[in-house]
Design a protein around this ligand. Structure first.
Ligand SMILES: NC(=O)CCC(=O)C(=O)O
Length: 263
């Protein structure tokens, strides 16, 4: 299975519409891949909080339309990264979309863990409540967005729901790049799953982005890692490796659930 991670640059000097057109053509250029992935909030920028309201779209807005068309034109499964969704009740969500090679939307995932503590996304957006998996012909994807990477219980929940390959769409800052690499490897090792984690390049909201999108195999080995600039990272994955790793080193079977504290 060939996966292409599009580490697109997100800078304020490019309009959202121009970037949408560019992202669509980058997707179409990946024809021949099985799975193509874009990062978190690439239309607006994950840290461009002041633009969230103005750039919010309904679920089936311009980003949905452009990405559905690009998936169909390329004939690929497309994880279209995330965009700022405005729900019918006005709440904003950080929502990822997945399309089939025919351009049908097969999943929408609202980011569960919002970043910013008492500011930014954490106060401007609603939290998703549902774990989302997507069954592809070769593997089952488990979806996560950026800050979610710090919460292992979400990934365990995804494993319990059948996930074998985690897709993490992110806009991770350069300042915490070491965490990014470490956490991606940790989620892969502890869950014996592939991790395909794609970030943005560029600088938005004055936050320099880490880039360094990364692909980790179920044994925790880094198969490929991007640099800091815009880049498409293409890797070949062997879906059987997840099953083989889980069989040969069956640590997931030794989980002790329901332990209680004496306090
Ligand atoms: N957009 C995000 O979720 C950023 C997360 C982050 O910077 C971190 O976890 O560190």
């Amino acid at each position: 299975m060939r996966a292409s991670l599009i580490q697109i640059a997100v800078d304020p000097d490019e309009s959202v519409e121009a970037r949408r057109v560019r992202a669509a053509s980058l997707v179409v250029a990946q024809r021949g891949a099985d799975l193509v992935i874009l990062p978190e909030l690439w239309p607006v920028g994950a840290f461009a909080y002041t633009a969230f309201e103005a750039e919010a779209e309904p679920l089936e807005g311009p980003t949905h339309e452009a990405m559905a068309k690009a998936a169909a034109e390329a004939g690929v499964w497309l994880h279209a990264g995330s965009f700022v969704e405005r729900a019918a009740d006005g709440t904003l969500y950080n929502t990822s979309l997945v399309f089939s090679p025919e351009g049908e939307r097969v999943a929408a995932y609202r980011k569960i863990h919002r970043f910013g503590f008492d500011q930014g996304e954490a106060v401007m957006m609603g939290a998703g409540e549902e774990l989302v998996t997507v069954a592809l012909p070769d593997t089952t994807l488990g979806l996560a967005t950026c800050y979610d990477l710090r919460f292992p219980e979400q990934f365990r929940g995804l494993v319990d729901a059948g996930a074998e390959t985690f897709v993490v769409a992110a806009g991770w800052p350069e300042r915490r790049r070491s965490h990014w690499t470490l956490l991606a490897q940790a989620r892969a090792v502890e869950n014996q799953a592939y991790v395909l984690a794609v970030g943005t390049a560029g600088t938005h909201g004055d936050i320099q982005q880490a880039g360094h999108s990364i692909v980790v195999d179920p044994w925790g080995e880094v198969l490929a890692q991007a640099g800091a600039d815009e880049e498409v990272l293409t890797v070949e994955l062997d879906a059987d490796k997840v099953r083989a790793t889980r069989e040969q080193f069956p640590a997931l079977k030794d989980r002790r659930l329901g332990l209680t504290s004496p306090l």
